[in-house]
Design a binder for this molecule. Structure first.
Ligand SMILES: [Zn+2]
Ligand SMILES: [Zn+2]
Length: 345
């Protein structure tokens, strides 16, 4: 099969490798769509633990396709099934795994992160993922929507913690693909005004194309925040960008009893941020952060997609075959457009 393997920093090779054969409990997925994520870019440009010239890895943790074959004893999937596959696996027996949060397990593994992933014609789904419920039917959803369900489920994780209610004013800082997923979720939950703030005029224009009801702005100051919310300030602020300044500004942008989610992690070396915690105190803010998504959240967002409540297709700005994956990575590195997707015939 054809696969894009990472051999080290900025060393990605599209080459022929043996197609895996599923053993007992395992399944083989024929990939139909796989999306590039900031994590893939970070791994390729900064390096990844355990990956070197002797130990290459196939990246890609956002993917969907068709079950090609299954090993002995598999009942959770059958050849021909159209499915999306959640990439994360925990040990299965620690408290976090038992509580349904295997994605937070200390012994967590993930397809495309430390096991071969979706930038290949086929992916071997380990027995633990097959029996653990990682394979989820896609219904009539598109393969692209199935691939983008992974980051979408992570956005739901952040959104759920913000408890968006009908009528809320919601601010999302960063109008990249993740920011727009948050904006779509806020709209679905009845937010009265969804504001996306981004310094890039291109991203603002993209956001309005995705949904004309989104309000877009550049840099925000106190006056603009007041104007955008009729003096009320924002019930919910979600930082969907790796910017310390966005975190610092968020408390002042939030209304009394507001909820703030630091969704985007910060780059190494910039994690220590000076924050005025008295604002949390006097405004009774709830401040949270989230990472990854549970299988429950993965299934829930896939249901939105299957029921056509939401589509992610409009977040895809570039599509290419696997042979051209390097060009897609260049676009992702330059933060041009939104989502870059590898599509397979
Ligand atoms: Zn991702
Ligand atoms: Zn565990």
């Amino acid at each position: 099969m054809l696969a894009a393997r990472m051999y080290g920093i900025n060393d990605l090779r599209v080459e022929q490798v043996p197609t895996p054969i599923p053993g007992p409990g395992e399944a083989l997925l024929q990939v139909k769509a796989a999306a590039i994520c900031g994590t893939d870019v970070r791994m390729l440009t900064a390096g990844a633990a355990g990956v070197d010239a002797k130990h290459p890895i196939i990246l890609g943790h956002e993917f969907a396709g068709v079950i090609a074959s299954v090993g002995p004893g598999v009942t959770a999937a059958a050849p021909g099934d159209r499915v999306a596959v959640a990439p994360n696996m925990g040990c299965g027996h620690c408290d976090l795994c038992v509580s349904g949060n295997g994605q937070l397990c200390a012994d967590y593994r993930a397809l495309g992160v430390n096991l071969d992933g979706g930038f290949a014609e086929y992916v071997l789904i380990p027995a633990q993922a097959v029996s653990g419920g990682n394979i989820t039917p896609l219904g009539t959803g598109s393969f692209v929507d199935g691939a983008l369900n992974e980051p979408f489920s992570c956005a739901l994780n952040g959104s759920e913690r913000c408890a968006i209610r009908p009528g809320d004013f919601v601010l999302i800082v960063g109008a990249g693909a993740i920011g727009l997923m948050h904006a779509k979720l806020a709209r679905l939950q009845g937010a009265s005004r969804v504001v996306l703030s981004d310094l890039s005029a291109d991203r603002q224009a993209n956001a309005r194309k995705v949904d004309a009801s989104f309000t877009t702005v550049g840099a925000l100051d106190a006056q603009k925040v007041a104007d955008l919310t009729e003096g009320h300030l924002f019930d919910v602020v979600i930082t969907a960008c790796p910017a310390p300044a966005a975190q610092q500004a968020s408390f002042s942008q939030a209304a009394v009893n507001g909820r703030v989610c630091f969704f985007g992690g910060l780059p190494k070396g910039r994690e220590e941020v000076m924050l005025n915690t008295n604002i949390i105190h006097y405004k009774q803010l709830i401040v949270t952060g989230t990472t990854r998504a549970s299988l429950t959240q993965y299934r829930k967002t896939l249901r939105f997609i299957c029921e056509k409540a939401l589509s992610m297709e409009d977040l895809v700005t570039s599509r290419a075959p696997l042979t051209d994956i390097a060009e897609l990575f260049e676009l992702a590195k330059a933060a041009k457009g939104l989502k870059n997707v590898v599509e397979f015939a």
